[in-house]
Design a protein around this ligand. Sequence first.
Ligand SMILES: C[S@@+](CC[C@H](N)C(=O)[O-])C[C@H]1O[C@@H](n2cnc3c(N)ncnc32)[C@H](O)[C@@H]1O
Length: 310
Amino acid sequence: MEHLSVLKNDVQKYLNLKGGEVVVDATLGLGGHSKDILKSIGEDGRLIAFEQDERNLEEAKKRLESYKKQIDYIYDNFRHLKSRITSRGVDAILFDLGLSSPHVDDASRGFSFSKEGPLDMRFNSQGELTAEKVINTYSEEELIKIFFEYGEEKMSRKVAREICSRRSDKKFSTTTEFADFLEAILPRKRSKRASKTHPATKIFQALRIEVNDELNALKEALEQSIEVMKVGGRVVVISYHSLEDRIVKKFFKELEKPPATKEQSIYQTFGDPIVKKLTKKPVIPTDQEIEENPRSRSAKLRAYEKLRNA
Ligand SMILES: C[S@@+](CC[C@H](N)C(=O)[O-])C[C@H]1O[C@@H](n2cnc3c(N)ncnc32)[C@H](O)[C@@H]1O
């Protein structure tokens, strides 16, 4: 399935770009949002594009060939934002988190429970941790923790116990084998809405987050994004599940209303507001967008403007 960029018009509205600006696309993907950014900033503008998946990066380079003089490509995790960019005068930053369509569509990447593939789930093929390693080598306690924290799976204990018991006979090796195993031990929910969700969904989400250390990377990158941005700069974040969205909301809440003293602060920010919220409520896709692109259904966009340096 072709990757369709999510909330295209809203992203551009809240980035609110002008000609000549410096913009970071922290999640280049196949370059859909970047193309719109490049059009808005024009020939005098600069796009700094991060992507940790080499295949997506190469595909985006092809698609953005005619803009190549305006782009610095950075093949890295956005958690290294601050150390990888020299400009401390960034006008806008976009995070469009999570997976792109090629990740789900290509069975060999191991993200999909409906297509047979290796239990991989790495965004970056140079990463050392795979889902297979997690499932076959983590202790029962470690498995419970990640299923509970990253999957919010109520049956974490049962799943971890069953995995440990089964792997002592035979290790898990493919996505479909593991998904069938989960289906057999987890009940399908009775409500109409929940019954559409495969019982493996939450466990697969937890594994993906663990393999790519996604939530820690996001926390680190958000802190750095504020440091590298100019006063007046805008940051736009699209998240796709509640764990990501909670991190975004909590981080910016403290910057909107910093505590009075440094001692009370989580992010070393205190005193006057450091950001202003641009989206009163998170922006979500219209019914029409969800129909055209079902993968957009869980998207939430939040945008903020930097008011002062910390
Ligand atoms: C939802 S897609 C982005 C789609 C893109 N905005 C577009 O319009 O084509 C997310 C992309 O971000 C990349 N990604 C996810 N986490 C990342 C991270 N921590 N650092 C760098 N890239 C990341 C993924 O590999 C994926 O290609």
